[in-house]
Design a protein around this ligand. Structure first.
Ligand code: HEC
Ligand code: HEC
Ligand code: HEC
Ligand code: HEC
Ligand code: HEC
Ligand code: HEC
Length: 336
């Protein structure tokens, strides 16, 4: 429950809105002089939009759902209009505790952007759109049928028969009626992560949320066609281009990651996984005191081309993300 997966989306209510309201930092101005102000009334967080002389708002909208764990970048917010779901213009940028223009929004006022199922497919366990059995996207949902966060069922499939069986057969110690990764091949193991970690892609002809662990992803999505996978949200594309992956048959994401635990302070563990396969790397360069920090040199932080944050109107800065293209980097450039 401490993983970013679990925390990646939630319904907003009195118990979780307060951290977003830091006194004196609850507004920002857009280029057309619109001022967005964030405040709470009873249990609800609101975004209000004002024009000079900033006396009464011309636009008010509640923030009903938070997307993003806030562990690295921050949170975006969604709001309901009847059964239709929209993204709001204000996002919360965690590193400096302030409200910013949502990534991708213009720098002038725009009311709302519709939220299609692919967004929720990566950030919730399940969301039922009005036409959930059809591949055609809509932003209308059944509000009561959204499971927030990414929980066990997202990666292990529906568990109802599993739970029922083991309640009825408490002495059977073999997991039954559940999808197990131990029977998966490398492609199936990677595809399960690639559903959300290989870029946005395009749904082919299958409805959102119909992909089940074990399925072949290329029957479900057409992946990014670009030759240069972005460091933001395309770890799969980058890892597949790494010499470690190319030369080691069994590598997948779980070689380094445990999807069940919070890995925030895990650099020692990650570096240990490098040493397991590279016990004696040959370094001609003299390594400094950080010689055990393999990751900092061979998986350096890079600027994302897709994810940019506009903290004030005159500067847009790219988010720094660790590349999964493992390799030899000299002054930030990959040595091919
Ligand atoms: C293809 C899957 C995918 C889609 C679609 C997607 N995201 Fe994400 N999102 C991710 C991943 C993966 C991350 C983790 C950061 C990374 O990989 O760089 C992330 C990170 C974020 C974060 C930052 C969380 C943090 O604190 O680090 C926010 C906010 C966010 N997404 C909002 C959205 C919204 C809103 C939409 C839809 C309009 C959306 N995302 C669509 C996969 C996706
Ligand atoms: C992000 C995806 C993800 C989530 C969420 C997740 N798991 Fe897993 N789980 C995996 C993967 C991948 C493996 C295989 C690990 C390996 O082989 O190294 C696994 C393995 C397991 C296993 C070992 C049996 C097996 O199939 O290999 C159990 C038991 C398990 N998970 C239970 C849970 C429970 C309970 C939850 C919720 C609290 C959960 N998992 C949430 C991805 C996930
Ligand atoms: C349903 C979509 C989905 C699936 C499936 C999924 N992830 Fe994620 N993953 C995300 C999103 C979204 C985030 C960003 C969460 C946030 O910070 O809001 C994320 C974050 C992560 C992180 C960063 C954790 C952190 O603390 O910063 C790792 C590592 C990760 N995923 C690995 C995996 C692996 C390995 C698998 C396959 C077993 C997997 N994921 C499957 C959506 C998914
Ligand atoms: C599962 C085994 C495995 C793991 C884990 C692994 N590698 Fe590799 N790596 C390989 C293999 C195999 C090669 C190709 C043969 C070689 O150069 O040793 C390789 C190649 C490399 C290269 C050579 C690149 C080049 O262009 O010559 C570097 C650098 C490297 N790995 C660094 C790392 C780092 C850093 C980590 C940890 C983040 C890591 N590896 C984790 C198996 C692995
Ligand atoms: C060779 C080891 C290794 C492998 C294999 C690996 N990762 Fe990572 N991953 C790392 C390291 C190291 C970090 C950086 C952790 C940090 O900065 O705290 C990381 C970070 C991440 C993050 C967080 C990105 C961010 O915003 O900082 C995500 C998401 C992720 N990995 C997903 C994946 C997925 C999906 C796969 C499989 C395609 C995968 N990783 C395979 C070592 C690995
Ligand atoms: C200060 C940066 C730095 C650190 C820390 C570092 N490396 Fe390297 N590594 C390099 C450079 C630069 C090269 C290119 C060869 C050379 O000139 O030394 C290299 C080469 C390599 C190679 C390819 C040569 C070979 O032996 O096949 C591997 C594998 C490797 N490193 C693994 C690791 C591992 C594992 C660690 C952690 C124990 C590590 N490196 C720590 C910078 C670093």
């Amino acid at each position: 429950m401490k993983t970013s997966h679990w925390l990646t989306s939630s319904k907003l209510n009195s118990s979780n809105i307060l951290p977003f309201l830091v006194s004196g930092r609850n507004s920002f101005d857009l280029r057309d002089e619109t001022r967005l102000i964030f405040s709470s009334k009873r249990d609800t967080l609101f975004q209000e939009a004002y024009k000079p002389p900033y006396l009464r708002p011309f636009f008010i909208k509640s923030l009903d759902i938070s997307i993003g764990s806030g562990n690295k970048i921050g949170n975006s917010f969604l709001g309901w209009e009847g059964s239709s779901l929209f993204q709001l213009q204000g996002s919360y940028y965690k590193p400096s505790s302030e409200w910013i223009n949502s990534p991708g929004y213009p720098s002038y006022f725009q009311s709302l952007r519709p939220i299609f199922p692919r967004c929720l497919e990566c950030h919730t366990t399940f969301s039922q759109s009005e036409n959930w059995q059809s591949p055609i996207s809509t932003n209308r949902y059944n509000k009561e049928n959204i499971v927030f966060g990414i929980d066990c069922q997202r990666c292990h499939g529906e568990v109802i028969d599993h739970v029922k069986y083991h309640r009825e057969n408490p002495i059977d110690s073999i997991g039954r009626n559940i999808i197990s990764y131990s029977t998966f091949n490398q492609q199936q193991r990677i595809d399960m992560c690639a559903l959300c970690h290989a870029g946005v892609g395009k749904n082919i002809n299958k409805p959102a949320f119909s992909f089940t662990p074990g399925d072949a992803l290329n029957q479900y999505l057409t992946s990014e066609t670009t030759d240069e996978p972005d460091v933001h949200s395309n770890q799969v594309g980058l890892l597949l281009r790494s010499p470690c992956f190319i030369n080691f048959e069994e590598m997948d994401c779980m070689t380094c990651h445990d999807p069940h635990s919070n890995e925030k302070q895990s650099m020692l563990k990650f570096n240990a996984s490098c040493v397991e396969c590279h016990p004696n790397p040959k370094h001609r360069t003299v390594l400094s005191e950080n010689s055990f920090d393999c990751v900092s040199c061979h998986m350096p932080l890079e600027s994302s081309k897709l994810m940019k944050i506009q903290i004030n109107l005159d500067s847009i800065s790219p988010v720094q993300v660790r590349t999964h293209r493992i390799g030899i980097y000299i002054e930030g450039e990959l040595l091919l």
